[in-house]
Write a protein that binds this ligand. Structure first.
Ligand SMILES: NC(=O)C1=CN([C@@H]2O[C@H](COP(=O)(O)OP(=O)(O)OC[C@H]3O[C@@H](n4cnc5c(N)ncnc54)[C@H](OP(=O)(O)O)[C@@H]3O)[C@@H](O)[C@H]2O)C=CC1
Ligand SMILES: CC(C)CCC[C@@H](C)[C@H]1CC=C2C3=C(CC[C@@]21C)[C@@]1(C)CC[C@H](O)C(C)(C)[C@@H]1CC3
Length: 619
């Protein structure tokens, strides 16, 4: 068997069928039987190429300076004019490699044959959800979000037939006969205009896909550091003096932290939540379109699961079941949840190896360590049971509220109080509002980066199941053994701050969700927008004209309001604000990067118009 030259994940140059142009591509896989490489172009186009049509990056010399962008989509305008190169024009023929012969006499024939290897799949562009398009060089314009203008746009985007119209094609290896005429006519409608200048390249060092979170070293560090950080935080919080001066806390033996009964209770909790998730109650909605145009279905019953859980917790209290057991075994629960999340991550990685390529996350890289962290599979499901979606909102988020309640009961017990402290009541109510809000607006989760971009791996498994319930409840845990007397005037200021943060957070998220769901919503007609080449628009007034991430600003203000009731004696209750600031600054940078790729010039215009990211005049 001949050996392959290029590895999976390697960034190389692939020849564009029917031309002598090479573009930067990523090697996705290699089929040793057909000896073809499946490669992905920068704009998402996937093709099968012969080895002779794949070249290492270093074998190219760059003639022109400037951008190294080489997406073939940028050239489609010119190809549509030069009709012999149009992928849709070739006559029917047998399936063959997308590569071409180099012999001049058969070149024309070969070109036509190779064109047949690609099937034109218009990318889905629906009014709701994220588009998978990239910027294609079309001009953008600013417009008022008025209905009449939008209706014009609707004719192109929203009519049932045309709802699949996008500004570019995804070219995939041909699996079936292409109806040439049909495609030709669609092509005329869809292919954007404006060729990009031809570029050739000189790249001296091999390039890899840009990895987020500091790549493999960063991911490894996070995977080891987060569990360590969690246990240090919890141990530190249990100390009489939780100040930095008494850091690090004494470490218990690992055996002390492992308890079979706790593991059993944790598993019971997880499976009860899974059972609630499976109940056929609640609306079923469609998620954002996937790369193949499919939309997964999700049942929205998170709020219902919360009500059922509250009923169970209420029953436990009524029967006098000692919920403070969770407080006295908090570290044991944290360990059980950590072990569970690691086992789940291993399972997720293992099953992802069998997943079809187009079901993998765009964030995955081909590197085992990195993919274990970020997750390979985008939407791992067991039947209709969506593991990522379930874990994101149920066991951890609802668990966080239960943990907070346990801490409230523990405070009364430990401090011998008849009623919980004002600080504890505020922390509990603020965070309860946050969780209830998330469950009530469950549908909004479907457009978050976690669902549409990140895979389901260690990051989200640990984040959802361990990090959220055990570190987000740190303020309540802290207050159990470090009471803080809060005056009513100060409490009122903190309540006002929380409400202010909540209003910003909720209004910003709702405004964007409403706009994405229905860009012609008359309630949003007063807002200004920038039209982008993907067909979607960006809001440039209202909350999204204030800063580029008003929802993060609101979330951060709320985070501060959760910590303030604990006073200023120690830094520990402020851990959440510090961590969350870092998380959101990094998340904003990731989102910015993705939006720049999606919207190109339009995004740059938006950034000019709305120069601050999160905090006006500061950041
Ligand atoms: N408590 C916690 O631990 C965490 C909470 N969160 C919260 O989760 C929520 C969701 O956050 P996240 O998923 O990061 O992203 P956002 O909800 O902020 O969504 C970002 C997306 O919105 C769209 N968008 C950006 N600007 C505009 C605009 N001007 N007009 C219209 N659409 C725009 C883009 O997608 P497109 O154009 O494709 O629609 C962009 O990718 C936030 O409120 C955040 O605070 C997040 C992380 C952790
Ligand atoms: C620390 C790790 C490197 C990263 C872990 C991050 C996760 C803890 C968070 C990533 C995105 C999240 C969201 C929420 C909780 C925290 C995680 C899982 C969210 C469910 C909280 C409630 C909000 O209303 C929301 C908008 C639904 C949030 C969505 C994102």
């Amino acid at each position: 068997m001949p050996s392959r030259k290029f590895a999976e994940g390697e960034v190389v140059r692939g020849r564009w069928p029917g031309s002598s142009l090479y573009y930067e591509v990523e090697v996705l896989s290699y089929d040793s039987r057909s000896q073809l490489y499946t490669v992905k172009y920068k704009d998402g186009t996937e093709l099968e190429l012969k080895e002779s049509d794949v070249k290492p990056l270093k074998s190219f010399k760059q003639r022109k300076g400037g951008s190294t962008s080489s997406s073939p989509s940028r050239r489609r305008g010119s190809r549509s004019r030069s009709r012999s190169r149009s992928p849709g024009r070739a006559p029917k023929g047998p399936r063959r490699s997308a590569s071409a012969s180099h012999q001049p006499d058969v070149k024309e024939k070969e070109t036509r044959r190779e064109i047949l290897q690609v099937k034109l799949t218009p990318l889905v562009l629906k009014p709701f959800g994220n588009s998978i398009n990239v910027y294609n060089g079309e001009p953008e314009h600013m417009e008022k979000n008025d209905v009449s203008r939008k209706n014009k746009q609707e004719r192109v985007i929203l009519s049932p037939e045309d709802s699949y119209i996008a500004t570019q094609y995804s070219l995939r290896p041909r699996r079936e006969e292409v109806k040439v005429k049909e495609i030709e006519s669609k092509e005329q409608k869809l292919v954007p205009k404006g060729p990009a200048p031809l570029e050739t390249f000189q790249v001296t060092t091999p390039q890899r896909k840009d990895l987020e979170f500091g790549g493999v070293p960063g991911a490894s560090l996070i995977m080891l550091g987060l569990p360590a950080c969690l246990f240090l935080l919890l141990l530190q919080c249990r100390q009489n003096d939780p100040s930095l001066l008494s850091f690090p806390p004494p470490l218990p033996a690992l055996g002390e932290l492992w308890e079979a009964r706790v593991c059993g209770i944790y598993l019971l909790w997880f499976f009860i939540q899974a059972l609630f998730y499976l109940l056929p109650i609640g609306k079923v909605v469609e998620g954002t379109p996937l790369v193949d145009g499919r939309r997964l279905k999700y049942r929205l019953n998170g709020f219902f699961a919360f009500v059922l859980t509250s009923a169970i917790v209420g029953t436990c209290l009524f029967w006098g079941i000692e919920l403070c057991y969770v407080y006295s075994h908090f570290l044991q629960f944290a360990l059980a949840a950590t072990v569970f999340s690691v086992v789940l991550s291993v399972y997720l990685y293992a099953r992802s190896l069998k997943a079809p390529r187009d079901e993998l996350s765009p964030a995955s890289s081909g590197n085992v360590v990195y993919d274990f962290f970020i997750g390979r599979e985008l939407n791992p499901r067991i039947g209709a049971f969506d593991l990522k979606y379930f874990c994101e909102l149920r066991p951890g988020l609802i668990g966080w509220v239960v943990v907070n309640l346990v801490m409230l009961l523990a405070e009364m017990k430990v401090q011998g109080r008849g009623t919980p402290s004002l600080a504890m009541v505020l922390v509990n109510s603020f965070q309860l509002l946050y969780v209830v809000d998330a469950l009530w607006n469950e549908e909004a989760l479907l457009t978050t980066m976690d669902i549409i971009h990140d895979g389901f791996g260690f990051m989200l498994a640990f984040g959802d199941l361990v990090w959220v319930p055990f570190t987000y409840s740190l303020q309540a845990f802290y207050l159990v053994s470090h009471p803080h007397d809060l005056s009513w005037p100060l409490a009122s200021v903190i309540i006002a701050l929380k409400l202010c943060g909540y209003v910003i957070f909720r209004c910003a998220n709702s405004q964007k969700n409403a706009f994405r769901k229905n860009p012609t919503d008359p309630k949003l007609a007063h807002l200004k927008t920038i039209h982008t080449s993907t067909g979607k628009s960006l809001l440039v007034s209202g909350w999204w004209g204030f800063v580029r991430h008003p929802n993060y600003l609101g979330d951060l203000i709320m985070a501060l309001a959760w910590s303030l009731p604990c006073g200023f004696n120690h830094l520990l209750p402020y851990f959440y604000v510090i961590y969350f600031t870092a998380l959101l600054v990094h998340r904003e940078a990731r989102d910015e990067h993705q939006c720049k790729r999606k919207y190109g010039l339009a995004w740059e215009k938006y950034c000019q118009r709305v120069p601050y990211r999160i905090l006006p005049y500061v950041y």
